[in-house]
Design a protein around this ligand. Structure first.
Ligand SMILES: [Zn+2]
Length: 165
């Protein structure tokens, strides 16, 4: 891959590495319209032709949050609160969308994020779309079972369109 970008949450407990064949200016960004992404005004990146590695420098700080249909883990840093990305885990297969603003070179990603509303999709449609469009991802030093942990928040907000595409 021609371009390698590094990033991390604010405190450095979770690092992000993106390997991609396209220059940052040529990358497509999304603005998911779910309530979580709007509260962060997050710029989302995914590309099935790129590769992401997420490394937990401090695994105890990986906080997987679920809401809506609960089909993905929203990865937050428990220490500094930064939203890192979303993970779909299916057996050994891990796919992600990352928060492009975690990258050191975030300013080079200049595309206007395209508004994306996935609220009408069924669970199966969501999973199929993610498998087609999200980025193949390697998890390094990741806490065991974090990807499957569903009971972080006893009072999960009611479904409102579901998490990010
Ligand atoms: Zn952090």
């Amino acid at each position: 891959m021609r371009f390698v970008h590094h990033g991390q949450c604010h405190c450095g407990s979770i690092t992000v590495e993106l390997r991609t064949g396209r220059a940052p200016q040529a990358q497509v960004l999304g603005a998911c319209q779910c309530s979580f992404c709007r509260k962060h005004n997050a710029r989302a990146f995914s590309d099935p032709g790129s590769q992401v590695a997420l490394r937990a420098i401090d695994p105890s700080h990986v906080h997987p949050y679920r809401f809506g249909l609960g089909t993905v883990d929203v990865i937050l840093c428990r220490n500094c609160g930064v939203y890192v990305g979303m993970l779909l885990t299916d057996g050994d297969e891990v796919l992600s969308v990352v928060n492009i603003d975690t990258l050191d070179e975030r300013a080079q990603f200049t595309a206007t994020p395209a508004a994306r509303d996935y609220s009408a999709e069924s669970t199966d449609e969501r999973i199929a779309r993610r498998k087609a469009k999200w980025t193949p991802t390697t998890l390094l030093n990741w806490p065991l079972r974090a990807a499957q942990h569903r009971d972080i928040m006893p009072n999960t907000p009611k479904p409102d369109g579901g998490p990010h595409g």
